[in-house]
Design a protein around this ligand. Structure first.
Ligand SMILES: NC(=O)c1ccc[n+]([C@@H]2O[C@H](COP(=O)([O-])OP(=O)(O)OC[C@H]3O[C@@H](n4cnc5c(N)ncnc54)[C@H](OP(=O)(O)O)[C@@H]3O)[C@@H](O)[C@H]2O)c1
Length: 300
């Protein structure tokens, strides 16, 4: 039996979809888990899009602080071997930009980790980022990757395809009887369950590969995913296509009103145009997820 103390991981982004599953995955895999949050309450609430509520047993320590204010993070990295960060904007909540959150918050963590002598840092970017570098979100993500490479720490980058969190929206629309697609929906994707991805993140943290792409077990078009959602809820598929020219016009208009919402809309519309397929590292099929959601399973 090993007498070595468990490795100590700091999970940042622990109130988010991937973050909640990652806290559980690191704990299951024997780590001592410290989470960083700006809201203790949000940890124990069910997370966005069927992410689990965390129990006290899932975590060893909770550090409350604001990543945007490094002065609130004194001692955050003490004793930490490994940092895992899935901090980023997927819903606009604070009226901050991708640069301010996805880049600067993670840069703040990198600076603190380097100063504290943390050995390894694992960051979650995106699959196929190199193809959409015109977007503010990808620029921010890749600035973090560059900062990690220059940091002197050991680094790992996880590059996932779309999460099942985004697919849950399709089932909700199918239940209501009509789904909306941005563009014709013939682009291919291989979305991944957050629980599966969290274990890929732990594997990546422990492995030698510097960058790891990850998709779910099935590749399908967006339209096929929508049709699957209708099939699972037992309704005939009714799909309204928002033409790309209209979606692009809306993005421009939103961008004039708000950089923050415009950049998010730009990302959503672009994701409706491009393929997002990665190596099948997830095991949970989208159909089984839809079926579990439809049956009211709280942990689909
Ligand atoms: N969704 C996808 O399909 C997809 C695909 C590939 C890559 N990714 C990337 O994966 C990462 C995680 O995604 P996710 O879906 O897990 O995101 P999420 O559910 O929105 O969680 C984001 C986390 O970041 C934190 N955060 C956001 N703004 C913050 C701020 N101003 N100050 C402090 N903390 C802040 C949130 O904390 P609070 O709860 O306190 O707000 C939350 O813990 C993101 O970087 C995303 O770009 C997503």
């Amino acid at each position: 039996m090993s007498t070595e103390p468990p490795k100590r991981v700091l999970v940042a982004g622990a109130t988010g979809y991937l973050g909640k599953f990652s806290v559980q995955a690191f704990k299951e895999r024997g780590y001592s888990v410290r989470v960083l949050t700006r809201s203790k309450e949000r940890l124990s609430e069910p997370g966005p899009f069927t992410a689990p509520a965390l129990a006290q047993d899932d975590m060893d320590e909770v550090f409350v602080g604001e990543i945007t204010k490094p002065e609130t993070l004194t001692g955050l990295m003490d004793g930490i071997d490994l940092v895992f960060s899935s901090v980023g904007i997927s819903r606009q909540r604070d009226m901050l930009t991708f640069d301010q959150v996805d880049y600067q918050c993670n840069q703040n963590l990198i600076d603190l980790a380097v100063a504290a002598g943390v050995k390894r840092f694992v960051y979650v970017s995106m699959q196929g980022a190199e193809n959409i570098m015109q977007l503010a979100i990808t620029q921010a993500h890749e600035k973090v990757v560059d900062a990690l490479k220059a940091s002197g720490m050991e680094y790992r980058v996880v590059r996932p395809c779309g999460y099942f969190s985004d697919m849950g929206v399709l089932l909700d629309m199918a239940k209501k009887g009509r789904a909306y697609l941005v563009g014709p929906g013939d682009n291919k994707m291989s979305p991944i369950h957050g629980r599966d991805l969290a274990h890929v993140c732990v594997d990546t943290a422990e492995g030698d590969a510097l960058e790891v792409e990850a998709g779910g077990p099935d590749t399908m078009t967006q339209r096929e995913a929508v049709e699957m959602a209708f099939d699972v809820v037992g309704k005939p598929p009714k799909v309204t296509v928002i033409p790309m020219w209209l979606a692009r016009g809306l993005v421009k208009f939103i961008g004039l009103l708000s950089t923050q919402f415009g950049d998010l809309a730009d990302f959503i519309v672009t994701a409706g145009e491009i393929d997002g397929v990665g190596p099948p590292r997830g095991k949970t099929s989208l159909r089984s997820y839809f079926e579990a959601m439809n049956a009211g399973d709280p942990n689909p």
